[in-house]
Design a binder for this molecule. Structure first.
Ligand code: FE2
Length: 295
């Protein structure tokens, strides 16, 4: 089990930007000791029915960074999202920064390269990204050191990023009243997800945890920040004394009831390319595919 070097005295300034269309939260994570920042899990807007992409959510994030005079150093993907498209290349073009994701992106590229019948020109080595993180890797945001923990189960490439007293858990956990993410995508595994959640819950009790999604359970207002202590006590899927076996049984039963995410087809085609659209065809235009009866 990985124990990242935790320094609770470092308190990054974290600002969340909620995307109403996909219930995703994008974070700007600022170093209190400098002007450096990172963006975690950006969102590109898509009207899938119309085949139209726009960038109003990303533009809000860019405006926040520029009006505060911050220097963007990293664009982090906690995992390959199946429910929204990344805007990392768009933000990178405007502000610079390196795009980073977990090393097992290569597993996802291999799986979905086949599903989308991508030709040999689609590299499955993660080379579309600037940095591939391994478990235990560290990187700097200004003066802060971020540690990366491999937390698979929802997908094979899921990583939790720990910086100071804050951890960005991706889809490993949801808010305590909302439980955990599904584990039935290719390469997902409920038992492995349980083990990854235990790694997150082994962080100090007062660690702030930032969710990638919130759906406003029971009609409450949207929330995206909790703590390890709150999750341990109250998480409806893993809190209290829930066992690994109970979790696996619950997760499997629940996952069979879930529909495919509305945007899974465009999301995977774009996110496995680090947020780039597929290459243009002979007419100079870009197309997204719909594989028939393959998902
Ligand atoms: Fe996800």
């Amino acid at each position: 089990m990985t124990h990242p070097a935790v320094d609770l005295s470092v308190k990054p300034d974290v600002k969340g930007f909620f995307d109403e269309a996909t219930h995703t939260i994008t974070y700007v994570v600022k170093d209190p000791g400098s002007n450096a920042c990172a963006v975690v899990d950006s969102v590109m807007d898509i009207d899938y029915a119309a085949g139209r992409i726009t960038f109003s959510h990303a533009d809000h994030v860019i405006a926040d960074i520029t009006t505060r005079g911050l220097e963007l150093q990293w664009l982090i993907e906690t995992h390959v999202h199946a429910d929204h498209l990344s805007a990392a290349p768009y933000i990178q073009e405007k502000l610079g920064a390196k795009i980073g994701i977990g090393r097992n992106i290569t597993v996802i590229q291999d799986t979905f390269g086949k599903i989308f019948n991508e030709g040999t020109e689609f590299q499955r080595d993660g080379s579309q990204f600037d940095r591939l993180f391994d478990d235990g890797d560290t990187y700097k945001i200004g003066t802060m050191t971020t540690s990366v923990m491999h937390t698979p189960g929802h997908t094979p490439a899921c990583m939790t990023h720990v910086v100071g007293d804050a951890a960005f858990v991706g889809d490993t956990l949801f808010m305590p009243d909302s439980g955990s993410a599904r584990a039935d995508f290719p390469g997902g595994d409920a038992g492995i997800l349980y083990d990854s959640i235990q790694k997150v819950l082994a962080l100090p009790d007062q660690m702030r945890l930032f969710m990638c999604h919130d759906y406003g359970a029971g009609g409450r207002e949207i929330r995206w920040e909790t703590t390890v202590a709150e999750e341990k006590a109250n998480n409806i899927h893993v809190g209290g004394d829930k066992t690994r076996e109970e979790f696996i049984a619950m997760r499997k039963a629940r996952d069979t009831q879930l529909d495919m995410p509305k945007l899974i087809i465009p999301s995977l085609q774009v996110n496995m390319r680090a947020g780039q659209l597929p290459p243009a065809e002979e007419d100079g235009k870009t197309y997204l595919k719909v594989p028939v009866n393959k998902l």
